[in-house]
Design a binder for this molecule. Structure first.
Ligand code: SAM
Length: 257
């Protein structure tokens, strides 16, 4: 298909067959999987996935691509959802799904946060993202890449940085390096928050001004007595705390239940 890549949809199409095969191997699709691909584009991953799968769902926003796909793929093996993934209702799919995609980088964080709301339904997710974003996702505390995204995702997901992918593997080539990541929701959360909205609020407040101490960023939420009850030094900064410490703070604030 002749298609001019649309920047507004973050269209960088995978063209490196070696990388595509490595991604398919990492995904390890099984014939009966209920899988959904976000942003199939011109089918770089769709086509090889369909060699393994009986059926695949795709969610694509670009109407030109949709029209081409409708004529190219048999409807019984591919269900095409013409939708903005940020508004797509994943609950309309099977009770347990696998999610894959070479994501549009301009909206990758909102996509990840949306999928965090659906983790009960998700078996696993495999994504191509900007390398810098994957580094933030898997970052350890007290490193420059560690932030709100790391904490919120690590709360729910076990993540593995799989492979770095250079710009030349795409057409058009993005300005940045990319990386492929596997995310698997925990069957049982290692550190469950009693009030997850409060947990998110604490994490957001703590990283709101990441150079400031926790005493400053959590002012109005946690006082010195709270810090000492939790055994957390108020002179630390958000980047020094792991998921368990953020959960401990929010569980303390939530009080006994
Ligand atoms: N999977 C293809 C590949 O690997 O070559 C295309 C990947 S391209 C980086 C991102 C794809 O996501 C494009 O097909 C684009 O049209 C689609 N897309 C962008 N924004 C979207 C949105 N909000 N909802 C659904 N699809 C979107």
């Amino acid at each position: 298909m002749k298609h001019i890549a649309k920047k507004k949809f973050g269209q960088n199409f995978l063209i490196d067959q070696g990388i595509i095969q490595a991604l398919i191997n990492a995904i390890h699709p099984q014939s009966q999987d209920c899988m959904v691909e976000i942003g199939p584009g011109l089918g770089a991953m769709t086509q090889p996935l369909l060699k393994h799968l009986k059926h695949l769902h795709v969610v694509e926003i670009d109407r030109d691509i949709i029209l081409w796909m409708q004529g190219f793929y048999p409807a019984d093996s591919l269900t095409i959802h013409n939708a903005d993934v940020l508004k797509f209702d994943f609950a309309c799919l099977c009770p347990r799904i696998r999610v894959v995609g070479n994501l549009p980088y301009n909206i990758s964080s909102p996509i990840l946060f949306k999928l965090l709301e659906n983790t009960a339904q998700i078996i696993d997710m495999h994504f191509m993202l900007q390398k810098e974003v994957v580094e933030r996702m898997v970052a350890s505390p007290s490193t420059a890449a560690y932030g709100r995204l790391s904490v919120m995702l690590q709360y729910r997901l076990q993540m593995d940085y799989l492979v770095t992918v250079p710009p030349e593997s795409f057409d058009p080539a993005p300005k940045v390096e990319s990386a492929f990541v596997r995310c698997v929701p925990y069957a049982k959360l290692p550190f469950p928050a009693t009030d997850e909205a409060l947990f998110a609020k604490v994490v957001t407040a703590a990283f709101g001004q990441r150079r400031k101490t926790l005493r400053n960023t959590l002012k109005g939420l946690l006082d010195d007595a709270g810090f000492s009850a939790l055994g957390i030094d108020p002179q630390l900064r958000a980047e020094n705390l792991g998921v368990a410490a953020f959960v401990a703070i929010s569980n303390y604030l939530a009080g006994p239940h």
